[in-house]
Every structure is written in structure tokens, then in C-alpha cells.
Design a protein around this ligand. Structure first.
Ligand code: WTA
Length: 646
């Protein structure tokens, strides 16, 4: 791809070779605009329905939507059996690789049989349609099998990320009213087996509704056992019949609950349902990634324990009959080239990951990816936070060899699937911007009163029409659903909680959560904008910026930076240089009050920087809840760096 410079910075024209054979062309936008509901109806026909719907959308009681009203389907059948019936049983669904290097290959036929066995096992344990089943697992094939087995019998799965604490698990078991927990003895992380069962024992001890715990043997470590409650997966599942006739469920039958943190301490159980969800994840996966089921090797390098894993490791890829890679462990185990080794080994053609990983590899240096053959890659994706232009360009050059377009996909646990993204072969790419609403999606940038803003302005991101994979409610709390998302601008407008800017060409730039937008002397400054400026300096690998309360300016900008390996100097001079760099880059108003050089930043397991904790540090407060951090010792390291007075 050749590069050209426009008024907003660099642009990369859509690669023509890809465009010639792309799954969707430029006319897809016009088609969706002509008749949005007819467009989604067409996409729903990509699935196999046991019964057609009577109505595409019932929006008579906003914000409670019903999509494909009256339609019936089985989600697992759509992900598995229908591909086997069409003669693709021998196609690989997953090339799975454990962190220690053990591998398993699952074809569509094998996966279908495994899911049928697990479905029969769940039925034997008395699980019924509508029951909630918690899945607290490492990244192993049984995790996917368990999710699909639930879907197959109409049970509602609730995957809790394996790194979460017993407390987090217990509160979710309680909130969802789970009857069964599926877990493992442990999984491999950073070169060692880590345990899962002790947290389950602790959490289930406090959850009287849980009748059984089904345990997969993965690491062979010793586990405590509660007779009558605990069962080995291999004892119960392996002896079941590999046949099971799927029942068709209503399009609005609940598929899963995924907990996500909100502004209060109590996590929100985001509820997704069946027909609309599967329609949009399947279509976006096919269109955004130009997925060619016969030739692509697709890899979402994320954890199944968050929504990206649900939509783009499990449901989207399987609905599209993709061949995927699934990897259990961390990118640096046993060496920092592990991911690139996997791309080379499996000939990965499409890689989807998060900016934080890209910046981490950037910090390690380009020699690491350069040591592997990455020429199989043809398309890259990014998700989870804004990707700053420097990281975009680095990803493009050092992973994508300058030839792979990058799809910067904006979406949320709540939206279920991609909402704002470029399309491959269609969109000329602008590094750092997620660019355009996906066809059939209505996204706008509005001011505080909800008035739509024109190009070249900054405001709040809203979604003005319901979409098929939207959340249906917060589990057990319809009021909170309405209050959180649909009250700021009325019950027809979804408030995403993200700041956004439209540039002069109509591209949408996401500016981070609105609670991450700082107010310095009455000026709105995005933490992301300052971070992006800092990482644009050659000495900085990663940066996190928070607004700390300031008696004169309202908020003052405090930055935490990790230097690149080559930049040793962390003295006053460098700090001054960086402050001036930001002032020059964005304007004097954005000059950080304070910059602290640190070794690590506190991150959640899904890779988001926990600015809340950094704000506590910057404002010299007791640290808040650190249970969702990947490594809670990071905060001690950061506090040690602080001057005693601050
Ligand atoms: C942020 C992850 C900018 C955003 C799928 C959103 C992004 C939140 C992007 C949802 C992106 C996600 N550009 N920001 N491409 N993707 N975000 O629920 O703030 O874990 O509201 O879903 O991540 O995070 P969640």
C-alpha cells in the first residue's frame, strides 16, 4: 500500500488487489441506507433458520428491542452441524496451541460431536433451557465446547475470565443465579500452571444455587473435591452419545450474559440473545475481515473471557466456517516471539488484537517480529481502545509488512459486534481513526444537548437506531439498562459513553471514555490525545494520562510513561522535553503538569489501562479496588517512584 498525506495526516488507499476479490464492495453502504431493515434481513439469511421471522424489528417499546420476531434457530447448529452437513466436516475449526506447546486440532465434525456429548451431559445434570451456567476456564477447547453446548440446549452461558478473583466470580454467580459451574483444575500462564479450582471452591461455597461443578483436567494439579457436587468432565462428558438433536429456540432466546464494569462497583450483566446477535457477529466477521472460509487462517489473539472472544473467537468465526487459531498463553512465553512463531507455524492470514499488545511489542523492538516469516498475513484488526497513529503505523509496517490493511474496530460488550470500522478494499485508511459506521449502523457525534454535530467537531458518540446484536438489557435490572444507556438523550438514543471527534472528511475518531476526558481550565482534552502525543515521541513506548484535580485549573494533566528500551535517560531533562513536546504537539493547555517515568502500567486482563488507579496515585489517595488488575504489584512499583511529597 502506498501512502499519501492529506490534511488530517497520513492516508493509505484501499489495496486494489484485495478490493478486486473483497467480500463487500463500496455499494454496501448505499444498500444499507436504502432500507436498513431489509439489509439486516438479508444478512440474517446467511444463517439457517428453523422458522422464518414475521417481523424484522419490533421497536414499539424502546429501548427494549426484539429482532427477527417469531423466528427460530439453534445457534450451535448454525456454528457446527450445518457446515458438517454441507460436506465440510473435515475442515479444521481450531488449531489450538497450549502455552507449553501441546497442540490439538479440532475439525468441524469433531467439534460437533464434542459439543453434542457436552450437551447431553448438561441435560443429564438437569440443566434446562434458560438456566444459567458459569464457565470459568483457561483458553482450552473445552471452553468453546462448553459455550456451544449451552447454546445448543438453550442454557445461558456466563463466561467469567479465568484471571478474575473468587470474589468477582461469587458476585457473578449470585447475580446470574447460576446452577452449574464449568471449570478446570487450572491452565498455563507465563510458564507455570495456575490454579482455578480454589477460587471456584471459595465462590461456590457462597452460592447455594450452584448444584454441580464440572471440572476439566488440564494441568493435573491437585484439587480439593466436594463429593456429590464436583464431577470430572471426562467422567461425565466422554461417555455421552456424540449425537444430539438441536432444538430451535426463539430468536430472542437469551444466549449469554457477559459482565462488564460500569461506573459503580457492581458489574453489569450484559444480556445478549440469539438471532440478531448471531446475524451481526457473522456478517461483521465476514465483511470487516473479508473472511474467506476455504483459504483463510484467522486468529483473534484475545481471551474468550471477554466479548471479543465470544464474538470473534467463537460465534462469528464458527458461523462463517472459519479455520481459527486459538492460543492458551501469554505472548512472551516461553519467548517474546511466541505470537509470531504461531503466525508462521499456522500460516495465519488475518490477525485481530489490541493496541496494548502492539505497543508492548513495539517496546520490545521490531527485531522480534522480524525474526519470523509473517508473509502469510493479509489483513490486520485492532480492538479495545483507540490505536494511536504511531502504533498503527508500527503495526502496519512491522507486522503487516506494509501490505496489510488495518481494521480499527470500535464496539463494546454492549454492542455485541463491530459498529464503527473501515472496510477492507473499500475504505481509504486513516491511521488512528475507526472511520465510518458499519453498513446498517447509525452512529452520530452530538453535543451535550444531543444535537448532531457537523464535520470537524468534538462531542459524544451515540447510536441512533437499534441494531441486531445490541444488548437487550442488564440482567435482572431493566431500570439500570434504561438509565445507563438510554436516558441521557431519550429512549431512542443509545449513549455509548465515549467521546468522539469527526474530522473534516467525516471520519470518526474515538477519544476514549467520556470519564477519561479531562477538563483543564475549561478546555476539554482527551487523555487519549495526550497519550498519543507522548507515544509519538521517539523515547516513549507507552503512556497513560489522567486528569488529577487541581485547585486552579480544575484538572491537571498527569502522565505516566514507559520509555523505549533504547531511551535510558529518565532524568529531569527528558521530562521537560516530553512536557514541551506535548505542548508543541497539542497546545500549551495540554502540557502535562507532571510526568512520571515508570516500568509498568496497571492494566485489566482485557488490556485496558486502569486510569482510575493512576488517578488515585496522582491525587495521593488510598488505592481503590485492584482485583481486576493482571498484576496488582504494579501499583506498588508505581507508588515507589513517587516523590514523597506528591
Ligand atoms: C473502547 C471491547 C477506540 C471504547 C470490544 C469502548 C475502542 C470500550 C475501540 C468497550 C476502538 C473499543 N477505538 N476505542 N477501536 N474498541 N474501544 O466493552 O471506549 O471491553 O466504549 O468491548 O472500549 O470495551 P469493551
Amino acid at each position: 500500500m502506498s501512502e499519501s498525506t492529506g490534511p488530517e495526516g497520513r492516508r493509505f488507499p484501499a489495496p486494489q488487489q484485495l478490493a478486486a476479490a473483497a467480500n463487500v464492495g463500496p455499494d454496501v453502504y448505499a444498500e444499507a441506507d436504502r432500507d436498513r431493515l431489509a439489509f439486516w434481513e438479508t444478512q440474517a439469511r446467511r444463517l439457517s433458520w428453523a422458522q422464518e421471522w414475521d417481523e424484522v424489528l419490533d421497536w414499539s417499546k424502546p429501548p427494549f428491542a426484539k429482532w427477527f420476531v417469531g423466528g427460530k434457530l439453534n445457534v450451535a447448529y448454525n456454528c457446527l452441524d450445518r457446515h458438517v452437513e454441507a460436506g465440510h466436516g473435515d475442515q479444521v475449526a481450531y488449531h489450538w496451541e497450549g502455552e507449553p506447546g501441546d497442540t490439538r486440532t479440532l475439525t468441524y465434525a469433531q467439534l460437533t460431536e464434542d459439543v453434542c456429548r457436552a450437551a447431553n451431559a448438561l441435560l443429564e445434570l438437569g440443566v434446562q433451557a434458560g438456566d444459567r451456567v458459569a464457565i470459568y476456564m483457561p483458553m482450552i477447547p473445552e471452553t468453546v465446547v462448553a459455550m456451544l453446548a449451552c447454546a445448543r440446549i438453550g442454557a445461558v452461558h456466563m463466561v467469567v475470565f479465568g484471571g478474575f478473583s473468587a470474589d468477582a466470580l461469587a458476585s457473578r454467580l449470585d447475580d446470574a443465579g447460576a446452577v452449574l459451574v464449568i471449570t478446570a483444575d487450572g491452565g498455563y500462564r507465563r510458564g507455570a500452571p495456575s490454579a482455578l479450582k480454589p477460587a471456584v471452591d471459595d465462590a461456590v461455597g457462597r452460592s447455594p444455587g450452584v448444584r454441580n461443578v464440572l471440572v476439566v483436567k488440564r494441568t493435573e494439579q491437585d484439587v480439593e473435591w466436594t463429593e456429590g457436587r464436583d464431577l470430572w468432565w471426562h467422567d461425565v462428558v466422554d461417555r455421552q452419545s456424540p449425537r444430539h438433536t438441536p432444538e430451535a429456540f426463539d430468536a430472542e432466546h437469551p444466549l449469554y450474559i457477559m459482565y462488564t464494569s460500569g461506573t459503580t462497583a457492581k458489574p453489569k450483566g450484559i444480556l445478549h440473545t440469539s438471532g440478531g446477535y448471531l446475524t451481526q457477529v457473522a456478517f461483521t466477521h465476514w465483511a470487516t475481515f473479508d473472511l474467506k472460509p476455504d483459504t483463510d487462517v484467522y486468529w483473534t489473539a484475545a481471551d474468550v473471557g471477554w466479548v471479543t472472544g465470544h464474538s470473534y473467537i467463537v460465534y462469528g468465526p464458527l458461523a462463517n466456517r472459519a479455520t481459527s487459531v486459538m492460543y492458551e498463553g501469554t505472548p512472551e512465553t516461553p519467548h517474546r516471539g511466541r505470537w509470531f512463531e504461531l503466525i508462521q507455524k499456522y500460516g495465519v492470514t488475518i490477525l485481530y488484537t489490541a493496541p496494548t499488545v502492539i505497543r508492548t511489542v513495539m517496546k520490545w523492538g521490531e527485531d522480534i517480529p522480524a525474526g519470523f516469516d509473517l508473509t502469510s498475513l493479509r489483513l490486520l484488526g485492532s480492538v479495545g481502545e483507540p490505536i494511536n497513529p504511531e502504533a498503527w503505523l508500527w503495526y502496519h509496517q512491522n507486522i503487516g509488512g506494509g501490505r496489510c490493511p488495518i481494521m480499527d474496530t470500535w464496539w463494546q460488550t454492549e454492542t455485541g459486534a463491530h459498529m464503527i470500522t473501515p472496510l477492507p478494499g473499500v475504505t481509504d485508511l486513516v491511521p488512528g481513526s475507526a472511520q465510518h459506521p458499519f453498513p446498517g449502523i447509525s452512529a452520530k457525534v452530538v453535543d451535550d444537548e444531543g444535537n448532531e454535530l457537523g464535520d470537524d467537531s468534538t462531542g459524544l458518540l451515540v447510536l441512533t437506531e437499534p441494531w441486531p446484536s445490541m444488548l437487550r438489557t442488564i440482567w435482572g435490572d431493566d431500570d439500570r439498562y434504561v438509565d445507563t444507556y438510554w436516558s441521557r438523550f431519550g429512549t431512542n438514543v443509545y449513549f455509548a459513553g465515549d467521546g468522539a471527534k469527526k474530522d473534516a472528511d467525516g471520519n470518526i475518531w474515538l477519544l476514549g471514555r467520556v470519564d477519561d476526558v479531562m477538563n483543564v481550565s475549561g478546555h476539554r482534552i482527551s487523555t487519549t490525545e495526550v497519550e498519543s502525543s507522548l507515544v509519538g515521541h521517539p523515547t516513549v513506548a507507552e503512556a497513560a494520562v489522567v486528569g488529577a484535580s487541581d485547585p486552579t485549573t480544575g484538572q491537571g494533566i498527569v502522565a505516566f510513561v514507559i520509555l523505549r528500551g533504547s531511551a535510558e535517560d529518565s532524568g529531569e531533562d527528558l521530562v521537560q522535553t516530553l512536557r514541551n513536546h506535548v505542548a508543541r504537539d497539542i497546545g500549551p493547555i495540554a502540557k502535562p503538569r507532571q510526568i512520571m517515568v515508570v516500568q509498568e502500567l496497571p492494566k485489566t486482563r482485557s488490556g485496558k489501562i486502569m486510569r482510575r488507579l493512576l488517578r488515585d496515585v496522582a491525587e495521593n489517595r488510598e488505592l481503590g479496588d485492584v482485583t481486576t488488575l493482571t498484576d496488582s504489584s504494579v501499583m506498588n512499583l508505581i507508588k515507589e517512584k513517587l516523590p514523597a511529597s506528591s
